[in-house]
Design a binder for this molecule. Structure first.
Ligand code: KG4
Ligand code: ZN
Length: 340
């Protein structure tokens, strides 16, 4: 791979339409993000059909803005997991551009993007992650725990059985009449509440690495039904503590079991201040270093997709390990594909 390889990343899995140009795996040249929050706000959550339409409407402009007049060597797109409509828009855009520019196309896993985004410091890429590590991806659509041996080399240990962590924040915010997206609103309210005011459950599900957050959400809804008027700050603080304690405890259990000294936390919920504080402190107490994605790049963005593609290309080149393709794109096309 040449030193200043240019990768154009495309992200469209959920409610952000984004394209980004990454130079040499070291520097974000552009990272254009169109957020659909305004479209989804009044529904307190992402409406798939609206998301598909917004991606279709914005993708060309977003790519043009990110690309400008730059040459590119690869097109990388988030090939899953995500909402089907958005995935199709991203893939068609990526294939069209790759064909037009006559460069290879790489499908990458969106969640790998969230994990490897921990390497960004501002617009630069620093190798902050050391392997092996336990990765926690917490976003509006996903909550997963991974054992990661290297770039492109990982095992999914567990995932949520119902609501994703961010989704639980969004649903509780809706119950409380707070705006979407709910995570930042709940966090803000929690600052002036008592964390031990209400004993919401901590669903640790011992014996499995899975998560389940619908019970906490239901406990909040029963509490609201039975205790009007409520102290909103206390509900937010107690709910946030239950969520964070569950996430931190299980991640540290996994770190201990797999004997790793590093944890990486990515996804929109990684912006949560209590999670950052508790995970960092409790990990440090066990001699483990917790790496968080910077807040600015915690939500969906295409720079993380371009970086995941770069890291996997680099890893494949260094180790000589072939990267196994795993979604169907015409085999006669120049496609290397690493989506799940
Ligand atoms: O990664 P992301 O942008 O989208 C998905 O891939 O789903 O994550 C968005 C999610 C939303 O559910 C939002 O409420 C949550 O991240 N979030 C937070 C915070 N900031 C964003 N949750 C808790 N605390 C926060 N500070
Ligand atoms: Zn995401």
């Amino acid at each position: 791979m040449k030193n200043d390889v240019m990768i154009l990343g495309i992200e469209s899995t959920c409610d952000e339409t984004s394209a980004s140009l990454l130079r040499g795996g070291r520097e974000i040249v552009t990272n254009v993000i169109y957020s659909q929050i305004e479209e989804h706000k009044k529904y307190h959550g992402v409406v798939p059909e609206l998301a598909s339409r917004a991606h279709a409407a914005k993708i060309a402009t977003v790519i043009a803005e990110a690309l400008q007049d730059n040459p590119i060597d690869y097109v990388a797109f988030a090939s899953g997991p995500g909402l089907p409509g958005g995935l199709m828009v991203g893939r068609v855009a990526a294939e069209t551009l790759a064909n037009f520019k006559n460069v290879p196309i790489l499908g990458v896993n969106h969640l790998e993007g969230h994990i490897f985004a921990c390497n960004f410091e501002g617009n630069e890429v620093k190798d902050r992650l050391s392997f092996p590590l336990i990765a926690l991806v917490v976003s509006g659509g996903h909550t997963e725990l991974w054992y990661v041996k290297g770039y492109g080399d990982y095992k999914v240990l567990g995932r949520t059985r119902d609501d994703a962590a961010g989704e639980a924040f969004d649903k509780v915010a809706k119950l409380l009449g707070l705006a979407y997206p709910g995570g930042p609103q709940v966090s803000k309210q929690a600052l002036s509440g008592k964390r031990d005011a209400i004993a919401f459950p901590r669903p640790l599900l011992p014996g499995t690495w899975d998560f389940s957050f619908s019970g906490i959400k239901t406990a909040v809804s029963y509490y609201l039904r039975d205790h009007q008027p409520v102290n909103v700050a206390d509900v937010c603080a107690s709910f946030e503590s239950a969520m964070v304690e569950t996430l931190v405890t299980k991640t540290l259990w996994a770190a201990k079991k797999y004997k790793v000294k590093h944890i990486a936390v990515g996804g929109g919920v990684a912006a949560n201040a209590l999670l950052r504080e508790q995970m960092t402190a409790q990990a440090a107490a066990q001699g483990i270093e917790a790496h968080f994605v910077e807040r600015k790049l915690s939500s969906d963005n295409a720079a993380m997709i371009a970086l995941a593609a770069y890291k996997k290309l680099e890893y494949a080149e260094k180790t000589g390990r072939p990267v196994k393709p795993n979604i169907n794109i015409d085999p006669n096309r120049k496609v290397q594909n690493w989506g799940r």
